[in-house]
Design a binder for this molecule. Structure first.
Ligand SMILES: [Cu+2]
Length: 332
């Protein structure tokens, strides 16, 4: 994605922009991709339309990050498929709310960075260009050789290429690993790395949900928190989902400076696929505890229409921006 996609975007979404970025993010293409991935025909997932008012916000738009998956570009080299991703680090101001602006270090113009997605066993190549003014790096979770571990500084104005196999399948992450890592992650340098299992997972309305904290006054404490970059966004703009539709939530805790948080869903229970590394759920609950960098796939569907909140049950954190809601739209 170009970096004017989110952070530097000002003004209303034009029809062209809506179709360029919006449709892919609204799950239409996602559903088509999901459809392609399965050989047997299955029911198509019903994803309600996004209200236009939630797309009218200027600046970064978490509604568009929610269902935006970057599959990279496929290349064939020496008889092997390479999935190539391009990531650019830059620095700019992120408006967290009406009162607070924050100098953010970010990837491809967005916080969180792009959600990279590959199939288990793909050869992955990540071309990382650092234009952010400081040294940064990309450290991926997964299994790979030491020289692809992403802990060496990549100086401003230079490019580093990380190459490794996508394994094991599961819900992973990447982040800058330059000290102090707490500060580099807190500034926005992190993202999700999904490795799909062979054959994929059953069709669902798939969404990315990353919790993060902002230390806005450099006192080593978070004053604001957010799902997908902006405090309270999904409270102000609830996420429309379909009644009785399978929702697959990829949840990652990227909150630095607090040791752990929980994730709680109202009026429901969810199946937990720990670290996304199983195809059958390990438990069913309505609250799960996650340390920093812990992540799980949660699946659920809503029986009744209406609005339902989700948030960490550390309510001080929830009340400082890490709060959102689903709006379940009745099936006609
Ligand atoms: Cu960094």
């Amino acid at each position: 994605m170009p970096n004017d996609y989110l952070l530097k975007q000002a003004g209303p979404w034009t029809r062209r922009k809506f179709f360029k970025f919006g449709i892919a993010s609204l799950g239409v293409i996602g559903a088509a991709v999901a459809w392609e991935r399965f050989s047997k025909p299955r029911a198509v997932v019903n994803i309600p339309p996004i209200p236009s008012r939630s797309l009218a916000a200027v600046g970064m738009n978490p509604m568009l990050l929610l269902r935006d998956f970057d599959y990279g570009s496929l290349k064939r080299e020496n008889g092997r498929t390479i999935r190539e991703f391009h990531i650019k680090a830059e620095t700019s101001t992120l408006q967290l709310n009406r009162a607070v602006s924050f100098i953010s270090w970010h990837l491809n113009g967005r916080v969180p960075g792009p959600t990279l997605r590959a199939n288990a066993g793909d050869r992955v190549r990540v071309v990382f260009s650092n234009q952010a003014g400081h040294s940064h790096s990309l450290h991926f979770h997964g299994v790979h050789p030491a020289d692809a571990d992403g802990v060496r500084p990549v100086r401003h104005g230079t490019t580093e290429v990380y190459e490794f196999d996508a394994e094991p399948y599961g819900l992973h992450l990447y982040h800058c690993h330059i000290a102090p890592v707490t500060r580099h992650i807190g500034k926005g340098m992190y993202g999700m790395f999904i490795v799909d299992p062979p054959g994929g997972r059953p069709p669902a309305d798939e969404q990315v949900m990353i919790m993060a904290g902002y230390d806005v006054n450099d006192d080593d404490q978070n004053e604001l928190y957010a799902f997908n970059g902006l405090p309270d966004y999904y409270m102000n703009y609830p996420i429309p989902i379909g009644q009785d539709q399978r929702i697959r939530l990829y949840v990652l805790n990227m909150i630095e400076l607090d040791p752990a948080v929980t994730f709680h869903l109202h009026a429901n229970f969810f199946d937990v696929y720990r670290t996304g590394m199983t195809l059958t759920p390990s438990e069913r609950t309505d609250v799960i505890t996650m340390g920093t960098a812990e992540r799980h796939i949660l699946e659920f569907s809503y029986r009744y229409p209406g609005k339902y909140m989700f948030h960490p049950h550390q309510d001080a954190i929830a009340e400082r921006g890490c709060m959102g809601q689903f709006e379940v739209v009745a099936s006609s």
